[in-house]
Design a protein around this ligand. Structure first.
Ligand code: COA
Length: 469
C-alpha cells in the first residue's frame, strides 16, 4: 500500500531519530572519546603532546621522571639556577668543561631556562610559567619549594589545574625532613637488608632503584593525575617517597617476611643447607625470588673474564632436558632428584654439577643450547656488551646522540615502546639554552619585558664582584 506524504515524512523523521539514537549510543560506547584518528600510526603526535612540564628537578630521581615524560612527547621546561644549573652538569665529568654524562643521559628531550627563583623578577617569570604549565615536578630537599614561595596554595591560586609532583626521601613521619640519596633509599626501603650473601654485609644494587625507580613511580603518578584532571578539571599533589618506591620494588621480600611466621622459606638455599632462619628475611645471594630455583654459574673463561657467568634456572617442567644436557639422565627418575621437593635440600650439589657443564661452554653457547629446549637462562652481560649490542641499538633502547659541546654519547632511549607514540631521543640542553625562546614563545613576553627581566639579573649568574661583596 502506497504511503501518504504525511506518513512518508513521519517515517523519515522516525528513521532519523533511530540514526540519532544509534550514534548517541555509539558515542556513549566511545566513552566521550573522539572518533579514531585516520592518520597512520606514529603520525598523530605523541602520547603526551600538549602537556607542558615545569621541571624543577635535579640530580637523578626527578630528572628520570621528566625525561620519561619528554620521551612521551611532553614539552619539558627545565628550570636551572643561573650560572650553576643542575649540579650533575659538573659531577663525574669525563670531558673537560662539558656537561657530564651524568647530566646528559638524564636530561634529554628537555629545554633549559635559567631563573633565580629567589629573585623578584625570577618569581615573576616562574609565576607566568606556572600559569601556562600543566605539571610542576620537583625533588628539592623538604621545604625548599615553600622557601622559594612556591607553596601549594600559591601555585593552586595561580593555576588550579596544576599538578604538583614531588620526590622526597621519606613520606610524612619521623624522617620526613631528611635529605636522601640513592643508597640511603635502598637501605631504608628494605632492599639492602635482603640483598647480598648470607655470610656477608647488606648490599646495595647497581640498578638505581631509589632514584630512577622513584622517578618512574612519580611519572606514573603524574600521568594518572593528568587523566583524573580530565574528569575533575583540577590539579592535585603527587608525592612519591624514595623509601616507598624501593619498598614497592622489594614487595616480594615483605611477602617472605610474612611467610616466615608459618615456616621456613623452602626456596631459599639456606633451607636446603639446614641453616636456621632468624626473625627477618635473610639475604638470599643469587637464589631466584620465585618458586623456581636458580643460581649464577661459571662459564668458559671465568678465570679471566669477570662476566663469564650465566643465570641458570632449574625450572621443573624442563628438569628432564636439564638432566640430559648435563649428562645425568638417571636424575630424571631417581626419587632423590625427580621432584622439586626432593631436589630442594640438594640444590647446592645440583648447581655444582650443572656448573661442571656450563664451565665447558661460553655463556652464549649455554644460552643457545638451553633456549632450544626452553631452559630459562640469562647471560651476565657486561655494560661493554650492552653498549655494543646491535639489537638494543636497533630498537632504540641504546641511542647515540650528538652534542655540540662533547660530541657523540650513548644514552638509554625509551624502554617503553608504543605503536602510536614514537620516541625521538634528543640531546640534553645546554645551560639556559632556551631562556629567550621560552620567554618569547611560551610566555609571550615582549622584547621590552625580556630586557627588563634580563637586566634585573634574575636570569644570570651573579657577577664575581657582587658575589665577593
Ligand atoms: N634559584 C635559586 N635557588 C635555587 C634554585 C634556583 N633556580 N634551584 C635550587 N635552589 C636552591 C633551593 O631553593 C635550596 O635553597 P634553600 O636550602 O635555601 O631552600 C638550595 O638550592 C638547595 O636545594 P636542595 O634540594 O636542598 O639541594 P641539596 O644539594 O642540598 O640536596 C638532595 C640535594 C638530593 C639531597 C635534596 O634535594 C633531596 O633530599 N631531595 C629529595 C630526595 C631526592 O630526590 N633525592 C635523590 C636525588 S637523586
Amino acid at each position: 500500500m502506497a504511503k501518504s506524504k504525511k506518513q512518508k515524512s513521519r517515517t523519515k523523521a522516525a528513521s532519523k531519530k533511530v540514526v540519532k539514537l544509534k550514534s548517541k549510543k555509539l558515542a556513549a560506547k566511545a566513552n566521550g572519546l573522539p572518533k579514531p584518528s585516520s592518520k597512520p600510526y606514529g603520525k598523530d603526535g605523541k602520547a603526551l603532546t600538549g602537556v607542558r612540564i615545569l621541571d624543577f628537578t635535579h640530580v637523578q630521581s626527578g630528572p628520570t621522571c621528566t625525561q620519561l615524560l619528554g620521551y612521551m612527547g611532553a614539552d619539558v621546561i627545565k628550570v636551572e639556577r643561573p650560572g650553576v644549573g643542575d649540579i650533575t652538569r659538573t659531577q663525574l665529568r669525563d670531558v673537560k668543561g662539558q656537561d657530564s654524562l651524568y647530566f646528559t643521559m638524564l636530561n634529554g628531550n628537555k629545554r633549559s631556562i635559567t631563573i633565580d627563583s629567589k629573585h623578584p623578577q625570577g618569581k615573576r617569570v616562574l609565576d607566568a610559567l606556572i600559569k601556562t604549565c600543566d605539571v610542576l615536578v620537583e625533588n628539592f630537599a623538604p621545604g625548599a619549594l615553600d622557601r622559594m614561595g612556591l607553596t601549594w596554595e600559591h601555585i593552586h591560586k595561580l593555576n588550579p589545574r596544576m599538578i604538583v609532583a614531588s620526590v622526597k626521601g621519606f613520606g610524612p613521619g619521623p624522617y620526613e625532613d631528611c635529605k636522601v640519596y640513592e643508597n640511603v633509599a635502598q637501605c631504608a626501603g628494605g632492599s639492602a637488608s635482603t640483598t647480598g650473601f648470607r655470610e656477608g654485609p647488606p648490599l646495595v644494587t647497581g640498578a638505581q632503584i631509589g632514584d630512577s625507580g622513584t622517578g618512574l613511580h612519580v611519572a606514573w603518578g603524574i600521568v594518572c593525575a593528568l587523566y583524573q584532571r580530565m574528569r575533575t578539571g583540577r590539579g592535585q599533589k603527587v608525592l612519591c617517597a624514595m623509601q616507598d618506591g624501593v619498598l614497592n620494588l622489594a614487595r616480594v621480600k615483605l611477602r617472605d617476611q610474612q611467610r616466615l611466621k608459618v615456616g621456613p622459606l623452602s626456596e631459599y638455599s639456606q633451607f636446603g643447607e639446614g641453616v636456621p632462619f632468624g626473625k627477618a628475611v635473610p639475604r638470599a645471594g643469587n637464589d631466584s625470588g620465585g618458586g623456581q630455583p636458580g643460581w649464577i654459574l661459571k662459564c668458559k673463561g671465568w678465570e679471566s673474564d669477570p662476566d663469564a657467568y650465566i643465570y641458570f634456572i632449574t625450572q621443573a617442567p624442563v628438569w628432564g632436558e636439564i638432566c640430559d644436557l648435563i649428562g645425568k639422565p638417571q636424575w630424571k627418575t631417581d626419587p632423590d632428584y625427580a621432584t622439586p621437593p626432593a631436589r630442594l635440600p640438594k640444590l647446592k650439589q645440583i648447581f655444582a654439577t650443572i656448573e661442571e657443564w656450563t664451565m665447558t661452554k661460553t655463556k652464549f653457547e649455554v644460552m643457545d643450547i638451553c633456549n632450544k629446549v626452553d631452559i630459562p637462562v640469562g647471560p651476565i652481560l657486561s655494560m661493554k656488551e650492552i653498549a655494543e649490542e646491535k639489537s638494543l641499538r636497533d630498537t632504540g633502547t641504546v641511542v647515540e646522540v650528538d652534542h655540540p659541546g662533547r660530541g657523540k654519547y650513548l644514552t638509554v632511549g625509551n624502554p617503553v615502546k608504543m605503536s602510536d607514540s614514537i620516541t625521538e631521543v634528543e640531546r640534553s640542553p645546554l645551560l639556559g639554552e632556551h631562556t629567550d625562546e621560552i620567554l618569547k614563545d611560551v610566555l609571550g613576553f615582549k622584547a621590552a619585558e625580556i630586557a627588563e627581566v634580563k637586566n634585573s639579573g634574575a636570569l644570570s649568574a651573579p657577577k664575581k664582584e657582587e658575589k665577593a661583596a
